[in-house]
Ligand binder design. Structure first.
Ligand code: URP
Ligand code: ZN
Ligand code: ZN
Length: 486
């Protein structure tokens, strides 16, 4: 009998720390051996000339989620997870989203009903908390954290989602007490509301004004405020989808002080600009997301944040809405920017874009790519080392990349249900050609090889990264640091 169910032979393995030539031996869905000249496996994959990387973890994607205004994402767990797999991602962490008045537990149960029968790769859930009542914070949330839902997102903007600072403090202090990770959508609600009203008063309705209304200073003000709220209660926190130089600087400054503030950015802030929102007619609606893409100078600053470690996570923030009455144009074919569904797709192209423009152009090395694509998210959300690395005992979630494969992006070749891609026509060098989840070939030879519903739910541990440092942070003023008393 063979010692391995599968051997990936002759490739170059890269983790967040090392790059080395190695075969990978897999048994019962786990990595059981690394080294050259492994015994023959029951099945073999020739990876010579290829890179063997941990499967990607997309830790910020919206799948089969109902927006607060009642719009359903275009991708369900089948199309979303298939699209993820074709782009080299083997774990997705979308959001079980609470709307006001709802029980979080019921939201989570309903979301399992969506995911279980459809996902083709493994998945965990973040929670979205829009209604932090005493019942939610006192009972439901601690129980859910115990059950493996150890991260949640809160919003500082959007009429139906936003928390005020008092509520933010309640949530952050609960995160501290329970060891959970808080993710924050940081934009100043009133700045955006005020700018939106002035723009509409002046008759400025086109999609391009979305970018004007979501000003960079609205992002940086809220980012700084969120950091200060976290600092007050002494708790780690992650700022999601950072778009602009000032917000990145605020995060960097906090990190320099020794605070455990983490940052995430996304492809739209590297590869799109506000000029894309000014395309003909309503075309610009395809590029409306929040925060919006900025300009070339901010793109460079976001790259810098990936290079210098300000950002630990590179996610897609895949928020898929079709360019029709079910999505972007739900409020009519000439709706004002205020009524256009927010979000861009990116699950499938997240990693090819970062590989091609990051590794291919020498901006980041392969190990940083792996860290941003997979390892750091596993660590931040309590999935490491089961996911996010290539090591003995880890799940055999692997993406075998052909670094020379050239692809010109066209939506027809993608697998989501969105109908367009913001990256149409872009040339990419480097592509994941074979993708394995727990040792199963999910994608190979351009085809899908697994059944609907074969993905598994992942309970997340309490992340080490969410543990407060307490008084060891030198900049924390003990006179105002109530963290220890909470
Ligand atoms: O525009 C965006 N990002 N839509 C998705 C929801 C969110 O805030 O991440
Ligand atoms: Zn957000
Ligand atoms: Zn999002």
């Amino acid at each position: 009998m063979n010692r391995y169910d599968l051997v990936i032979r002759g490739g170059t393995v890269a983790t967040a720390a090392d790059t080395f030539p190695s075969d990978v031996g897999i048994r019962d869905g786990k990595i059981t051996a690394l080294g050259q000249g492994l015994d023959e496996g029951q099945d073999e994959i020739d990876a010579s000339g290829k890179l063997v990387l941990p499967g990607g973890i997309d830790s910020h994607c919206h799948i089969e989620q109902m927006s607060a205004s009642g719009l359903l994402c275009a991708d369900d767990f089948y199309t979303g997870s298939v699209s993820a797999a074709f782009g080299g991602t083997t774990t997705i962490i979308p959001f079980a989203a609470q709307h006001r008045g709802q029980s979080l537990r019921e939201v989570v149960e309903a979301y399992h009903g969506c995911a279980g029968p459809k996902a083709v790769v493994d998945y965990a859930f973040h929670l979205i908390i829009s209604d932090p009542t005493a019942q939610i914070l006192g009972q439901e949330l601690p129980a859910l954290i115990e059950d493996g839902y150890t991260s949640f997102k809160v919003y500082m903007t959007y009429d139906l989602l936003k928390l005020d600072d008092y509520q933010m403090l309640d949530v952050l202090s609960l995160a501290r007490r329970e060891g959970a990770m808080t993710m924050v959508h940081a934009e100043n609600h009133d700045m955006i509301r005020w700018l939106t009203d002035r723009l509409l008063d002046g008759g400025h309705r086109a999609p391009k004004y979305h970018a004007v209304s979501h000003a960079r200073v609205a992002e940086s003000e809220a980012t700084s405020r969120a950091i200060d709220l976290a600092r007050l209660v002494d708790v780690p926190m992650l700022i999601v989808h950072v778009s602009g130089a000032e917000a990145a600087t605020a995060i960097r400054r906090a990190q320099d002080l020794g605070l455990r503030i983490y940052g995430e950015t996304c492809p739209q802030y590297l590869f799109l600009t506000a000029a894309d929102l000014d395309r003909d007619g309503m075309e610009g609606a395809k590029f409306c997301c929040s925060p919006p893409p900025r300009d070339a100078a901010n793109q460079e600053q976001v790259w810098r944040g990936l290079v210098n470690g300000t950002f630990q996570v590179f996610s897609s923030d895949h928020a898929p809405y079709r360019f029709d009455e079910t999505g972007k144009l739900a409020a009519g074919p000439d709706a004002s920017f205020k009524k256009i569904a927010n979000g861009v797709p990116g699950l499938e192209l997240r990693l090819p874009l970062l590989f091609s423009e990051g590794v291919g152009r020498g901006r980041i090395d392969l190990n940083r790519f792996v860290a941003l694509a997979s390892t750091n998210a596993a660590r931040l959300y309590g999935l490491y080392p089961r996911k996010g690395t290539i090591g003995i005992g880890s799940d055999a979630d692997l993406a075998i990349w052909d670094p020379e494969r050239e692809v010109t992006v066209t939506w027809d070749a993608l697998h989501d249900n969105v109908g367009y891609t913001p990256y149409e026509g872009r040339r990419i060098e480097g592509w994941p050609v074979t993708v394995l989840s727990r040792g199963r070939r999910v994608v190979d030879g351009g085809a899908l090889h697994v059944e609907r519903g074969s993905g598994e739910f992942l309970r997340c541990e309490r992340p080490e990264a969410a543990r407060p440092l307490g008084r060891r942070v030198p900049e924390m003023d003990p006179a105002t640091n109530f963290g220890a008393a909470l």
